[in-house]
Design a protein around this ligand. Structure first.
Ligand SMILES: [Zn+2]
Length: 346
């Protein structure tokens, strides 16, 4: 006999409907969100589900409970198309940071894996001394609990790929899985990466043969296929690390489309079909949204249930002079700036 499910489908759907505002789009509440606990403690469930069971059953839509609760509430969530657009539009930050990890994984096998790379074309990339000083450090850096001597995490990948693009205009959007300064090895430094376009995956290996000393530019010899004159998807670099912060600061002063136009002027030469650094509008909108959310102190859970968030603001003393009245069925809010209220009362 198959094991009996602890919570019948009907009951699970009934309870989920009470919290459906948190599941109205394809982004689930965070792992640590209070909502999982709230559902587990719902009196109708009588403690039959632990917080972990709620998370698993809901996130994996076991026995179709989430789909059914959404259907009964008239909520349509197009999960497949949304996820696909995230990947295409460079918005999936966790995926990006994994693929362009900036981290030296100390994997010796990587060298032999890429040795045939020398059969490819060679491109010399000049890094100015100032930029070199920005992207490397000979003092050990601690990042994610590990010590790094060499390239600065979150900084070097964008800087190196940007210099490569500006000087050679290969159509690839290179991401890197490793950058290492060994000082006393066969070469002074090596970097390993590939193009992120699915149909290309052009492997790239960069080498700084000798110690660059203390003055003058530094030269990286890049070995990869020449993709300047081939048909290639207009794929973008992930907008990550300090580059993301820089772009976010620029977007505070301008619109995403204007930013793109300006960037295209600097980056795209006649004959180019695109640039890995002229990010898509969706990526820019997402980056700008993050800045606004941070600036306004909006919590992720607030975005799932606007009505609840506004109710909480109503009782928050910091909004006492802005929100005058709030009510439901139908939902309404009377709000104004403190100056407007002052004039209203004159
Ligand atoms: Zn490519």
């Amino acid at each position: 006999m198959p094991p009996v499910a602890a919570v019948p489908v009907d009951l699970a759907v009934k309870v989920l409907k009470k919290y459906i505002a948190h599941f109205a789009n394809d982004e689930f509440p965070q792992w640590k969100s209070e909502i999982w606990k709230k559902i587990a403690n719902d009196p109708e469930l009588e403690g039959k589900w632990s917080i972990g069971s709620v998370r698993t059953n809901v996130r994996e839509d076991r026995r179709g409970i989430l789909s059914e609760a959404r259907r009964q509430c008239g909520i349509t969530v197009n999960i497949i198309s949304n996820k696909k657009s995230n990947v295409n539009e460079n918005c999936d930050i966790s995926k990006e940071s994994h693929e362009d990890c900036d981290e030296d994984n100390l994997n010796e096998e990587s060298d032999s894996e890429n040795d045939d790379i020398h059969k490819h074309e060679r491109f010399t990339v000049e890094i100015s001394r100032d930029l070199w000083n920005e992207i490397h450090s000979l003092e050990p850096l601690v990042y994610k609990g590990r010590k790094y001597v060499g390239f600065k995490p979150k900084v070097w990948t964008n800087a190196v790929s940007n210099a490569f693009w500006k000087q050679h205009h290969l159509k690839c959007a290179f991401v890197f899985k490793r950058g290492r300064i060994t000082q006393h090895g066969r070469s002074y430094a090596t970097i390993i990466g590939r193009c992120r376009a699915k149909d290309c995956h052009n492997p790239v290996k960069g080498i700084i043969k000798d110690c660059p000393g203390e003055v003058g530019p530094v030269y990286i010899e890049m070995f990869c296929r020449d993709t300047r004159f081939v048909k290639h998807e207009d794929v973008k670099r992930p907008l990550n690390g300090t580059e993301r912060l820089k772009v976010q600061a620029e977007l505070l002063k301008t619109h995403a489309s204007a930013w793109r136009k300006e960037k295209a002027k600097d980056n795209i030469d006649p004959g180019d079909t695109g640039s890995p650094f002229v990010y898509n509008l969706n990526t820019l909108h997402q980056a700008k949204k993050e800045t606004n959310i941070k600036k306004l102190g909006i919590k992720t859970d607030d975005m799932r249930d606007m009505i609840l968030a506004i109710r909480n603001m109503y009782v928050d003393p910091s909004y006492v002079n802005s929100i005058l009245a709030i009510g439901d069925t139908p939902f309404y809010v009377f709000y104004a700036t403190p100056t407007a209220i002052y004039f209203l009362n004159l």
